[in-house]
Design a protein around this ligand. Sequence first.
Ligand SMILES: [Zn+2]
Ligand SMILES: [Zn+2]
Length: 422
Amino acid sequence: MAGKNKKKIVLTSLSAFLAAAMLTMSTVFAFDKEENSRQHEQLEQENSEYQEELKQTNKSIKEKEDYSKELQDQITELTKKIQTSNDNIKKLTDEISEKQTLIDSKLEAIEDRLALLRSRLRAIYTAGDISSLEIILQAKDFSDFIDKMELVQSISAYDDNLIQGLQEEMEEISAEQQKLKDSKEQIEKEKKQLEADKTNVNELSKENQKIILELKKTKEDTEDAIKENEERQAELEKALAEYNKEMAEKLRLERIKKMQEQAAQNRALTEEDNQIVVESDGSYVWPCPGHTYLTSLFEEWRGASNHGALDIADGNIYGEKVVACWNGTVFSTNESCTHDYGKYYSCGCGGGYGNYVMIDHGDGKISIYGHLSGVTVVPGQEVVAGQLIGYVGSTGYSTGPHLHFEMRHNGVRYDPLTEYDR
Ligand SMILES: [Zn+2]
Ligand SMILES: [Zn+2]
């Protein structure tokens, strides 16, 4: 029990220290609400600029990626065309080679015919006319031979026609072959152009990829800047929230002070009113000293919900003193109920509590004392554990004299017995 007192003293000096520290801090780092707001607005402005930048960058990335896809399509198309060119070149090469085979066979036929001619010319040789023969036999190749043939008058019209025919056929095939060669050359030229185009598009694609990477880096930088900006905004908001909380606390304390001043004006507090009935040993004080019989417990079922409080009653309880169970500030009272007698209905006064006192203990806990016959405290008044606050009665919804003792923590009812070693 002494330990609890000690703890309280420690807490008191700690909060005094904190208050002093905060006072010092606020002197050094005075919170400037306007400056906070100005910086916040500036950050918001910057943020919207960053967002716009990010939007533009994303748009550019989208455009470049679309372009990249277009280039890839072009590369695919060019590759396909080059493949087709290769196929055509191969086909033409085959055809040219076929023509060559034909040409070769014609040449062979001409050779055969020439051999025949030579043997016949030998026959002519036996008959004389050596000069013509010499000329013909000295021919290096076929065309030379043809030229020299012109000089030879003794060749038969038959041989002349035959060789002429073969030559014409061969020339025709050669012309066809030349045509194929021209086509092949044309296609090779086109292919070269296609390959040059492909190289260009590849270059463009590479360049575009580089731009996309740069844009993505820009995007990352902008996102980092936005993150940092938002963190700074959050810091400013936190500082403002802390300031607002401080201000609210200051207002609350001012309000309590005002209520206390009002209370002092409304009622001249007597010795009787301020009496400490029971001295606290550092723990909670029983709200109705000398009367411990409980007619209703916290868990008692009342049709729709638990009673959620204790009812303290016995034959001698009417008019007995009711005391604060713990230190706190009275924040609400009712003294208007005149229906101080047992009844099986609610007169409606004080929401059924009749005359009551509500105390805020400052740690999220409040206590409520209902059905009182009299109230000796006023809202705003500070009370200590064991201090008189009123007298037991039967006001409000009460079947007979008793004290309705209720506790709440952060607005939720809990069993008051948990505060006592009982
Ligand atoms: Zn009433
Ligand atoms: Zn009750």
